[in-house]
Design a protein around this ligand. Structure first.
Ligand SMILES: Cc1cc2nc3c(=O)[nH]c(=O)nc-3n(C[C@H](O)[C@H](O)[C@H](O)COP(=O)(O)O)c2cc1C
Length: 346
């Protein structure tokens, strides 16, 4: 395996952490989050299986940073909840015991808070907040975040990142793509503010940069911070690849790994999650173009599962890391790339 796919199997150091190969596991929403917001045993087992299957990093998905204004996902880290840190530590350990690095995705869905749980959201009296006020396609009214609220959310990112580090996570992924809150600030489709958070590209990147500074202050130097960015929103009203490149350049100084995904959930779900009828790796061109214009390592993904194709992506310099989400192959060939005692010989 190592001889056949030498680039794919080559370790990579990001920040001060060395990852055993270039194949990372994408964030995939956990399905058994408990009522108290903790990760349940089935999700932990799911993430552990990916580590056992050979992934160099396994991303635990969508940890909400600010439940007071978000309600997209149930998972949240909060030291006032009895099991919160213990469950996260257990999950991180389950991933690490197979030689993979546990990573945590931090997210805020902004205007899409409660999309999947509207009734509960209404019961809780949760409002939907975004860069600017608007009416969602489903008729839900969205309010513009005040500057005080922005400051509170920025601080929450740092606080939760610090908790992730305490729980044993070795990397943080900030979700800045797919139409979630940070993407809503980047996007001319959603951001119509006339203060320092809107208008020019620099202003639209301000929220993301404040978040990244807050996370860095919490985790310290050398701790890998990854940023998930849609290289293009892939809709005429949104930003395109040219602007995606300029956004990447704005945030580059504050990150260790740039993760280039594509599209926006509500309008181009089929690009964000390429179906079996799409060309494998149909979004790799976005990462490849952005990689030519930034210095940080770049990750790519989207319909990847062929090791020969992924080897070529790394060898030709289109990206430094490949992510896989809906792959059945984790427990077969990827494990052979870097056998650990628990999966050797499978
Ligand atoms: C069931 C499922 C759950 C997902 N959950 C998340 C999530 O919680 N956070 C996120 O950023 N992306 C999520 N995604 C998107 C994936 O991380 C990834 O971007 C997408 O599936 C494309 O990669 P793939 O073609 O390798 O699956 C999810 C995708 C699927 C299929």
């Amino acid at each position: 395996m190592i001889r056949k796919y030498p680039n794919l199997c080559k370790p990579i150091t990001i920040g001060r952490v060395t990852f055993r190969n270039r194949m990372f596991s994408t964030p995939l929403g956990g399905t058994d989050i408990m009522n108290d917001g903790c990760i349940g045993p089935k999700s932990t087992a799911f993430y552990e299986l990916r580590a056992k299957g050979g992934a160099a990093a396994v991303t635990v998905s969508e940890c909400m940073v600010h439940p007071a204004t978000d309600g997209s996902h149930a998972y949240h880290l909060d030291e006032s909840i009895l099991n919160s840190l213990a469950c996260a530590t257990y999950t991180a350990d389950a991933i690490r015991r197979h030689g993979a690095m546990p990573s945590m995705e931090l997210s805020h869905s902004g205007m899409y808070a409660g999309t999947y749980m509207t009734d509960k959201t209404k019961q809780k009296g949760l409002n939907q907040w975004s860069a600017s006020a608007c009416t969602r396609a489903d008729g839900v009214e969205v309010k513009a975040l005040t500057k005080d609220m922005i400051a509170d959310i920025v601080a929450a990112y740092g606080h939760v990142a610090g908790l992730c580090k305490r729980a044993g996570f070795e990397m943080i992924m900030i979700h800045g793509g797919h139409g979630w809150l940070i993407n809503q600030f980047f996007s001319p489709m959603f951001n119509h503010r006339d203060d320092e958070y809107g208008g020019s590209l620099e202003n639209r990147c301000r929220f993301a940069i404040e978040v990244l500074k807050s996370v860095r202050a919490a985790v310290g130097p050398g701790f890998p911070i990854e940023f998930r960015l849609s290289g293009s929103e892939c809709v005429p009203e949104g930003y395109d690849l040219d602007e995606g490149i300029r956004i990447a350049q704005q945030i580059e100084p504050y990150i260790d790994l740039l993760h280039v995904t594509a599209g926006t959930y509500q309008k181009t779900f089929g690009i964000t999650h390429p179906s079996m009828f799409e060309e494998h790796g149909r979004n790799v061109y976005l990462a490849a173009e952005i990689k030519k214009r930034v210095k940080v390592p770049v990750a790519t993904l989207g319909g990847l599962n062929d090791p020969a194709q992924m080897e070529e992506i790394i060898a030709s310099g289109k990206a430094d890391v490949v992510y896989m989400g809906r792959r059945r192959t984790w427990c077969t060939w990827a494990a052979r790339c870097w056998p650990t005692p628990s999966c050797r010989g499978r």
